[in-house]
Design a protein around this ligand. Structure first.
Ligand code: ATP
Length: 348
């Protein structure tokens, strides 16, 4: 069993609060992604679980045992970092063998385990190379092989793909997911990349300013963001958030109004760009002029200036319009999100 429990975890660096009371349960075999902008406390959380950093207060349990006072090397976890952290003077084989060597695994068994781990990541034919003679993707594979070679209870991965180019990152992302699924090892993965989080995670924890904003499956977080931070952080282009007022069954804002039955108040209306449509003339809720029209190949992102607001619409590639052209927009009914203007929290 390697479930992980974090209870009321805090971390301060002097007067600065890096973690403000984190409560989190990670299931045995779960792939949990910590997602958030730079400085939100992702790496600090990971380093505390690893035993590289002490919490200011709170409890860490791995496999049911409290590990606060357990040194990092006894926690039975393997870490994979962005910079691979390979030993440059050792061969691929020696790098992969290292965790076994320091645990005094006998040579014949070690060799068999190294070969199996290297083959699992398609590096079996390069065991005698040194890191300097490998591509970035190959180095990352060696780092993965070193992590899996002794079957730890937990993987901790801190932006492991961010040094790879976009194409390789996509390939390695798929390989990483398959590897974790096959091995069934509980994994905590840190990233600020929402696509990585959406594709890899069983559950995502969205962090901002030292606190958890939302925990859920990728589908839940996309469909029902808990607040405006999550709404704006997940989705590309991000969700439109239009300030306005609900009154007597109408939502009104600069640029337009439409019927929306909800309790009165000041709100932000959230609409994802894929739920915005160009309306036939005279039939739209919002009118404005085209601010920009960007063809991305498979779609066009049209940004419309309506009053003070900019509204992004994700449209078919051929739907592009000239800058300054008048346009009216509709929102797909039932696809709108309401957030309280004062607190930013989801309403209903
Ligand atoms: P990034 O994606 O940039 O790595 P992160 O979410 O992983 O960001 P952390 O590394 O957890 O962020 O850092 C959280 C905050 O704590 C940051 O503002 C950082 O500057 C601060 N911090 C981290 N380590 C220390 C330290 N040893 N001393 C002082 N402040 C620190």
């Amino acid at each position: 069993m390697a479930a992980i429990e974090l209870r009321k975890l805090t971390k301060s660096f002097g007067a600065y609060t890096a973690l403000a009371g984190l409560d989190l349960s990670i299931g045995d075999g779960e792939f949990l992604v910590l997602l958030g902008p730079s400085g939100c406390g992702k790496s600090t959380t990971m380093r505390i679980v690893a035993g590289l950093e002490e919490p200011t207060s709170g409890e860490i349990r791995i496999g049911g045992r409290r590990v606060n006072d357990m040194p990092a090397r006894d926690r039975d976890l393997a870490m994979v970092f962005q910079n691979y952290a390979l030993y440059p003077h050792m061969t691929v084989g020696e790098n992969i063998a290292y965790p076994l060597k320091i645990r005094k695994v006998a040579r014949p068994e070690r060799e068999a385990l190294v070969r199996a781990a290297a083959e699992r990541v398609d590096m079996g034919h390069l065991l005698t190379r040194r890191p300097a003679e490998l591509s970035g993707g190959q180095r990352q594979r060696v780092a993965l092989a070193r992590a899996i070679v002794r079957r730890p209870q937990v993987f901790l991965m801190d932006e492991p793909l961010s040094n790879l180019d976009a194409k390789l990152r996509t390939v390695m992302r798929g390989e990483l997911k398959n590897l974790q699924r096959d091995l069934g090892v509980t994994t905590i993965y840190v990233t600020h990349d929402q696509v990585e989080a959406m594709t890899l995670a069983d559950r995502i924890v969205v962090l901002n300013k030292a606190t958890i904003q939302q925990i859920g499956t990728p589908a839940e977080i996309y469909a029902r963001p808990a607040n405006t931070f999550v709404a704006g952080f997940i989705g590309s282009p991000p969700m439109n958030l239009l300030p306005g007022r609900l009154l007597d069954g109408w939502f009104s804002s600069e640029g337009g109004r439409f019927p929306l039955a909800h309790a009165a108040g000041d709100v932000l209306l959230g609409v994802r760009p894929e739920h915005v449509r160009i309306a036939p003339e005279g039939d739209g809720h919002f009118s404005g002029t085209v601010f920009s029209s960007e063809l991305l190949g498979d779609c066009t992102i049209l940004t419309v200036k309506a009053g003070d607001a900019l509204i992004a619409a994700k449209l078919a590639p051929e739907a592009g319009l000239e800058r300054g052209a008048p346009v009216t927009l509709n929102f797909e009914p039932g696809r709108m999100h309401l957030f309280d203007a004062a607190t930013g929290l989801r309403r209903g």
